[in-house]
Design a protein around this ligand. Structure first.
Ligand SMILES: Cc1cc2nc3c(=O)[nH]c(=O)nc-3n(C[C@H](O)[C@H](O)[C@H](O)COP(=O)(O)OP(=O)(O)OC[C@H]3O[C@@H](n4cnc5c(N)ncnc54)[C@H](O)[C@@H]3O)c2cc1C
Length: 353
């Protein structure tokens, strides 16, 4: 494992932002990870783990410490029967490579997450989800290295406290724990319970789908999701300027009854009829709707920071620095707050040093 000095961070992130890291290293396994932590601790440097860099924004003046990028790939089957396979996956493994492996083995449970950039190790943090699946639904347990006590902790699914784009790792343990392995149960049972509208429509349009075998169906789902994502520039591709982002920058707000009533009244006063989804936990509001009705639109650009032409939740680096991008994010939040009384929460990890 080599430790680089003064490495530019931006190229290691999908939004291509961030100055230089004082130290930077790539760890492909637990031994290398431990050595890198020893190096940082031994010299009193702060350290930060990243992987795909697809949900993180570093400051323009960089990071005065060690950035540890987890990489490499390891998938081991630890249980196999007629109904499911349980696998242990090294945190540095790319999520999309893992999904490809699952489908090659005719296993379901993660196919709808196809095309999401980043590593499997980061997925529990915000309970990565898309097109009706969330990683928390298939995780049996998460193994994490506690950097304060130099020991490993095993969290079972309940202990992870998965919710909409959140978990205990985001709420309670940020920067104290490094996720090293995830235990996942992939299914051999029936599929076909895809609920997401765009996906269902594509399945209905596909004549031969019912006669496909399991692997063909899973591949069809994966390819269809790739197509839908590509249309929205939600596949990270350096040659697609609208994908130079962190994906969604804002979370969809969840309101309780009284918050919802206030919000709805404000919206009605503006002659608006906002869409919402009511469930047991309250009301889910579309952040995209709030943004589009607060003076912003897809393709809005200011000083090189903008809103994707294809997706109003994605802030894009069209040629800006971190300060400018965060200024735009703040402007959007202020306008939404003034218009609807709602404070939008930011999804990516914004690093302050
Ligand atoms: C084009 C695009 C589309 C996207 N679409 C989606 C989507 O549909 N759904 C969705 O949920 N997300 C989406 N994302 C967001 C992002 O891909 C996910 O959050 C992903 O899980 C981040 O993984 P990463 O390896 O890139 O994490 P990084 O960006 O490297 O890190 C993100 C955070 O996790 C921490 N972290 C990373 N690895 C570890 C570890 N092993 N242990 C402890 N902490 C760690 C970092 O310190 C940082 O705080 C999208 C992003 C992009 C750019």
């Amino acid at each position: 494992m080599r430790i680089y000095e003064n490495e530019l961070i931006a190229p290691y992130t999908t939004i291509n932002l961030g100055g230089r890291a004082r130290f930077f290293c790539i760890c492909n396994n637990e031994d290398e990870l431990k050595k890198s932590i020893e190096f940082a601790k031994g010299n009193n440097y702060s350290f930060k783990v990243i992987s795909g860099g697809s949900n993180v924004v570093f400051p323009d003046d960089g990071y005065n410490g060690l950035i540890i990028q987890l990489s490499g790939e390891k998938i081991s089957v630890i249980e196999d029967n007629d109904l499911y396979k349980i696998v242990e996956v090294w945190a540095g493994t790319k999520l999309d490579d893992f999904i490809k492996w699952s489908i090659e083995n005719s296993l379901s449970g993660v196919e709808c997450l196809s095309g999401i950039p980043g590593s499997i190790g980061a997925t529990p943090i915000q309970n990565v989800g898309a097109y009706g699946q969330q990683i928390g639904e298939v995780i049996k347990s998460v193994i994490a290295y506690d950097v304060n006590n130099n020991s490993y902790i095993n969290f079972n699914n309940d202990e992870c406290k998965f919710g909409y784009r959140t978990s205990i790792f985001k709420k309670n343990y940020k920067n104290n724990l490094i996720i090293t392995k995830i235990i996942i149960e992939l299914s051999k049972r029936d599929i076909d319970n895809y609920s997401y509208k765009d996906l269902k429509e594509e399945i209905e349009k596909c004549n031969g789908y019912d006669n496909f075998n399991r692997k063909e169906k899973l591949n069809f789902i994966r390819n269809t999701i790739y197509k839908i994502r590509k249309r929205k520039s939600m596949i990270y591709d350096k040659s697609d300027p609208d994908s130079i982002s962190c994906g969604s920058f804002f979370l969809n707000p969840h309101l309780n009854e009284s918050e919802f009533k206030k919000f709805y009244k404000l919206a009605k006063e503006k002659n608006l009829d906002p869409p919402y989804l009511k469930d047991n936990s309250g009301y889910k509001i579309s952040a995209a709707y709030l943004i589009e009705n607060s003076g912003f639109h897809k393709g809005y650009i200011k000083n090189g920071a903008g809103i994707s032409k294809k997706h109003s939740l994605a802030l894009v680096n069209y040629g800006c620095d971190t300060k400018t991008l965060l200024k735009l994010a703040e402007e959007i939040r202020i306008n939404v707050k003034n218009n609807f009384g709602i404070t939008l929460d930011i999804e990516p990890d914004i690093i302050n040093m």
